[in-house]
Write a protein that binds this ligand. Structure first.
Ligand code: SAM
Length: 371
């Protein structure tokens, strides 16, 4: 299935792995980072970045994935959800803005909530969720939770995209030892082969035909071990765009939630990231003025190096040149840029910004002040 909705625009950096002399496998970059890149590269492809504004990371654990998720500047809201309250409280600082977020502000508001809740309980906060992410979560679920999850995700939440990753047990043969009763982690309730995961995914799209699914491997094995697939495996569920939105009824939610193991989503932390509150026109204007000032400054320096008599200064800067600089950060046209600069007000003639000043008026004292 060569569908843009399932793949990043550019083939992402594909990780490698090799056997160490002691027989263990080293992943480069580490497998966790390969999973995170997989999810982030997919969410930020040209198809999804226009559509995704709200994301939930279920089983967010110590908020490690948020390190990467926060770099997606098109997001407006992120919910970080886990059942482990202590883990969330101990790591809540990781969801807060840091100094660089105040300096290099986002263009739009970004609201973050850490929630203690279970993936098999529907919360109203999940209404209008665009992207559902669960990285290495499902293998931690008890059978009743795993059974309830598809209804919550695909019938109640109904995100546009849902990404699940889980260990691929076919790969386990490559591990010299598996410490936890032949599982990779002592809390794993199961580890599925590629076939078992595919069965689970296909069963879901049969039950919830609004969705299609694609399965992919993450973390390729060492050379010669390709037949075992990736160390992790991902199922990407995408809601068909043509599907009609059906409203879920409150009693349906009430009845569903009544069977859940956990009964609430508690807010552990809420925060808002700083963002640049200037209008789009103000940003274009400021950016253009920055480049105009730079060009003017350089031009004055060149003139001063060549001549000492301060004749009136006149500089014409082609709008095209300013446009080239501005469009690196803001989408605009020459026409719009001209209108914005005229409103500043700047003098614009025949496609050039014109700067004129009578430097002779500058007194000598002012010059000497700079020495
Ligand atoms: N997603 C994390 C990452 O990629 O860094 C790692 C996930 S960790 C292996 C599994 C997490 O799932 C744990 O933090 C656990 O508390 C959480 N978890 C287990 N059952 C859950 C449930 N029913 N709802 C939400 N989270 C759950």
């Amino acid at each position: 299935m060569n569908d843009l909705r399932f793949f990043p625009d550019e083939p992402p950096y594909v990780g490698k792995s090799f056997f160490r002399p002691n027989g263990s496998i080293k992943f480069d970059p580490i497998l966790t980072d390969q999973r995170y890149s997989f999810v982030v590269n997919l969410l930020s492809n040209s198809y999804w970045k226009e559509r995704i504004r709200t994301v939930a990371d279920f089983g967010c654990s110590d908020l490690n994935f948020f390190r990467v998720l926060r770099s997606l500047r098109f997001l407006r809201t992120a919910y970080l959800v886990d059942i482990d309250e202590e883990m969330l409280k101990n790591n809540r600082m990781r969801a807060q803005p840091i100094n660089s977020d105040y300096i290099n502000r986002r263009d739009s508001p970004f609201h973050v909530e850490i929630l203690r809740g279970s993936v098999d309980f529907f919360s109203e906060k999940m209404i209008n969720l665009d992207a559902f992410v669960a990285i290495e979560l499902i293998e931690h679920l008890f059978p009743p939770e795993l059974e309830r999850l598809p209804y919550n995700v695909f019938h109640l939440i109904k995100p546009q995209i849902a990404i699940f990753t889980t260990p691929n047990s076919d790969f386990n043969i490559l591990f010299a030892t598996l410490p936890f009763n032949n599982f990779r982690h002592d809390d794993h309730k199961f580890e599925w082969s590629r076939e078992q995961f595919q069965d689970w995914a296909e069963n879901i799209v049969q039950r919830f035909p609004d969705y299609v699914v694609s399965l992919q491997g993450i973390g390729p094995g060492p050379e010669g071990a390709e037949e075992y697939g990736g160390c992790s495996q991902a199922a990407i569920f995408v809601r068909r765009p043509e599907c009609v939105e059906t409203q879920i009824t409150p009693w349906e939610v009430q009845e569903y939630n009544a069977g859940a193991r956990m009964q609430t989503y508690d807010v552990i932390l809420e925060c808002d990231f700083p963002h640049d509150e200037r209008t789009r026109e103000e940003k274009i204007s400021d950016c253009a003025m920055y480049h105009i000032n730079q060009i003017e400054h350089r031009s004055r320096m060149d003139r001063d190096a060549e001549q000492y008599d301060y004749a009136p200064f006149r500089l014409e800067i082609p709008l095209e040149k300013i446009l080239g600089c501005v469009t690196q950060d803001h989408a605009t046209t020459q026409q719009e840029l001209e209108a914005i600069l005229r409103g500043r007000p700047m003098q614009v003639e025949n496609g050039n910004v014109v700067i004129v000043s009578d430097d002779e008026e500058m007194g000598d004292e002012e010059d000497y002040e700079n020495y």
